[in-house]
Design a protein. Sequence first.
Length: 557
Amino acid sequence: MRKHSIILVSLLAVVLCRVEFLRADDQPAADEQARLDILQQALKNDYDRLEKKLLELAEYTSRTDPDRARLLMDVRSESISRRISSKMQRITQSLTPSDEGDVLYGDALSGQEELLTDLAALIKLLQSEDERDRIDAEIARIQDLLKDTNRIIGQQKDVRADTERGGEPGELQSDQEQVAEDAERLAEKIAQQDAQRQAENGGEPQEGDSQENESSEREGDSQDPEPSESENSESSEPSEDSEPSEGESSDSEPSEGQQPSQGQPQQGQQQQGQSQQGQQQQQQSEQTPGREQLEQAREQMQKAIEQLQQQKLDEASDEQDAAIARLEEMKAELEEILRQLREEERKMMLAQLEARFQRMLELQLDINNSTLKLDRVPPEERDDDRHLAQATKLSRDEQKNLTEAEKALMLLKEEGSSVAFPEAVEMMIDNMDFVSRRLQRGQTEETTQLLERLIVESLEEMIFALQREMEKQDQQQQDGESQQGQPTDPQLVDQLAELKLIRSLQLQINRLTRQYGDTFEGEQADDPDAFGFLRKLAERQARIQEATYDLSIGKNK
């Protein structure tokens, strides 16, 4: 079903390009003004069909590929929450000439800029599943390289220690050669991975990537280098003490018919140089961080071997120290890219959970409104069969939401860094289960409504916490802030948000306890259903106590 997502991404990209075209075509010539509102309306019609297609594909793939179906529903929910279709309609109205012929180009332009951002976000969300797989695979690859790097660092430190203790040169040489061989295998492993990534990205990887890069550098050294800016300035600007002779022509202003000098590359050469520079930048971006430091460490290891062959232990130890330093730099590079990948993974997790909770909130609000509507009918005026049938339908809807909540709980437990979020979702699942069972029995009174309100409150608070965390992460990226040191797993949300969520869970237990206390006379509930629910509340209280303790000792870190 990946083909469907590719088609949808392509369609969204087409819509994005057409919006960009209309934005660039604002304030056209007078004879073109009449067509902009028509084009914008056509664009809205296309987008409405696309939104409908998202729902159809989600329903079509719900059994064969449930993960893909959920993603499509997330995209549709995001589209609805961003009110993209309504924004397109407002832009059309702004571009429609008034009776006096006036067109609100300023309003249309600002609306289109906002619309471009929304459409780009939808494309990113639609591609998120493939992106998650890519990030997971890249994290596993970098972790594997870090493991190999740490092993080689340990081996090199052992050989260096033996060298400083004055070991036998022949044995030291053999040990150093073994470390160098391991480093060479790691370099070959990275080169193969980089070549594969380059091929997947549409490049043309070369065999022996690192070796050919070195040979190309040597070839480049043998060619005439282009003069530097300082040399150009010296050749083109005469000094105060010397004046150009009559026969000399100015370098900066060649005479008519004169060919450019060798020091000034022609336009074609400049374009070729820019193209080569762009290719080099692309290749560098596809290279694994730390690869250059590994090559430098291998050179230092080879020099250490040569010193050991000459039984110069002090000099060999210096070369080994340099190799360790380069390996430590490589390790730091790998740890930094691993930290960045984990931040990307966390950001995608936040967006995925926020989209899921938004969809659940939308359905829950419909259930709550329908429950209120049913309960407003006085019992003496109700058609019992119809009331029960409608309540049963709401019960099935609640079960759908419960299923979504269970999937969200599984994601949170897999992520593992949050204490309060999984507990909040588990309590929300309990509430959904009680609501579903009560609705199945046709019970739409205050207790059911309270449970439904608590579900909405939980969803709203979790959505708010996720949105705040995403905003904070975006702000940190804009400010260029980054964590230093070991690449620890980032927390889903900060500790303050976790504490606020635990506080809300405690307040929910308090409200439910008062609700059931007002329902029965005396201190002991005699209704089996109420007794079962109160026992559940006691279990929740114990779980909150445990979650608070786990948070206080940093168990999630």
